[in-house]
Ligand binder design. Structure first.
Ligand code: ZN
Ligand code: ZN
Length: 447
């Protein structure tokens, strides 16, 4: 039986290790992984000469902004950026307070019309009054529920516990933006209202690491009490990493993610780039960066995601005058894999196996997509990225697919770059060009 696509001559990163082998895909699924002689004939053959072949990257936290703020990004631009960067699946996160199941249905329609990569959703923002919606959302194939412990979508600690209990009853997972609101409010009051600061570091100085530490401490306690699985969104600090490591050792059902921006930038960069590096939580110190890399290497931090949340130049520029007015978020989905290859693998901070765990396997396992997604193994979807570990590229916004036309990584040199992105056996991106039409991407149910 002939395959649709065969990739030969690569180093495959499989769950069992890195092997020199070929891979055959038929009807969208991986049919065979074998030495060259054991592979079937194929409609299309790609020879990759010793390049790394890894599963498609899953960005488990990205704000595509569709359908509410499409001037920033929509499913077409966001998914093209994803595909060009080796991301084969996005889990979109809402940024509006809304009724959950209606929103998922609207977003799903937009994704099916416009996305070139596969996708799923986090439901939210969760509030106690939406608890009744949980079974309806689960019936739509979405089992992840997002909540904030701070403004603008704050849920109080009692409400957090009720939501975690209800989500757990429906076999779901609760994703939390973890900053303690009482600490944040106190500091915002001091920095903004009492000191009257508007400079580019005022936002940074108003959200101390301890706000994250305190929220994570409480969330661990809630997970311990309820048995519910809580996932910490965009963890940024040493204190958070230490708490999560300890909780995992005690068998508590906590997982955590961080983002490339928190692994690369610090306060110095926030000072230089000003509002362009305004995000929440803010960038941290060099010490935090070191802790996050350690946590990523030892598995304390399960995964790396982007928190892709672009704002326009205009929405950023206003922050030079008054940082509180600037949009808090950055684009990141297209640079995710290049930065992790360069700063992580090529600088020896993480192994290629660990990279694949953190960017493919763990996001799939945590969000109910495994083994359909997240691994090179027979029967899984034929989603893969062919990577040249030696290729040097200088990141330029003009070469990226974002609507907003800027990147905080402008001018950064990376070593290691994705060349070809395959989704369900079809080449979707090659050398930065997008080869599939909007609508190729499919909604994937969480199980
Ligand atoms: Zn957040
Ligand atoms: Zn986010």
């Amino acid at each position: 039986m002939a395959a649709d696509l065969v990739v030969k001559g690569g180093k495959l990163v499989t769950p069992e290790g890195i092997i020199e082998a070929g891979i055959a895909i038929k009807d969208g699924k991986i049919m065979n992984i074998a030495k060259e002689t054991g592979l079937p004939e194929a409609q299309r053959l790609i020879r990759v000469d010793g390049r790394l072949v890894m599963p498609g990257v899953i960005d488990a936290h990205s704000h595509i902004h569709d359908p509410d703020y499409t001037y920033r990004e929509d499913f077409e631009s966001g998914s093209k950026a994803a595909a060009a960067g080796g991301v084969t699946m996005l889990i979109d996160m809402p940024l509006v307070l809304t009724v959950l199941s209606d929103m998922i249905e609207r977003k799903k329609e937009e994704g099916e019309r416009l996305s070139v990569v596969d996708f799923s959703f986090h439901a939210g923002m969760m509030r106690p009054e939406y608890i009744g919606e949980i079974p309806k959302v689960v019936a739509l194939g979405v089992k992840s529920f997002k909540l904030f412990t701070t403004q603008p979508f704050k849920v109080g600690w009692k409400g957090v516990k009720e939501i975690v209990q209800a989500v757990t009853k429906s076999q779901g997972i609760t994703v939390v933006h973890a900053e303690d609101d009482s600490i944040v409010s106190e500091w915002v009051k001091k920095v903004r209202d009492e000191e009257g600061r508007k400079d580019v570091l005022a936002h940074f100085d108003s959200r101390p690491a301890e706000a994250e530490g305190e929220a994570i401490r409480r969330l661990i306690h809630i997970s311990e009490e309820t048995g519910g699985h809580i996932h910490i969104a965009h963890m940024t600090t040493t204190v958070g990493t230490v708490l999560v490591r300890d909780a995992k050792e005690r068998g508590i059902s906590i997982t955590a993610e961080t983002c490339p921006q928190y692994l690369v930038f610090t306060r110095d960069d926030a000072e230089k780039q000003g509002p362009y590096l305004k995000m929440t939580p803010p960038l941290r110190t060099r010490d935090d960066v070191i802790s996050l890399w350690r946590g990523l290497a030892d598995g304390t931090i399960d995964m790396v995601v982007t928190d892709h949340a672009p704002g326009t130049r205009e929405e950023k520029e206003v922050g030079w005058e008054d940082i509180w007015k600037a949009w808090g978020g950055i684009p990141g989905v297209e640079t995710l894999l290049p930065i992790m290859l360069s700063e992580g693998v090529n600088k020896g901070r993480i192994t290629p196996m660990r990279l694949v765990e953190a960017m493919c396997r763990r996001p799939a396992e945590v969000f109910g997509l495994y083994p359909r997604k997240g691994a090179l193994k027979e029967g899984s979807d034929g989603d893969l990225v062919i990577v040249d570990m030696k290729r040097e590229v200088t990141i330029r916004a003009e070469n990226l697919h974002y609507k907003v036309g800027w990147t905080p990584y402008e001018g950064m040199k990376v070593v290691g770059f994705p060349e070809i992105t395959v989704i369900r056996g079809e080449v979707v991106a090659e050398g930065g060009a997008i080869l599939k039409k909007p609508g190729y991407g499919k909604f994937v149910e969480m199980t």
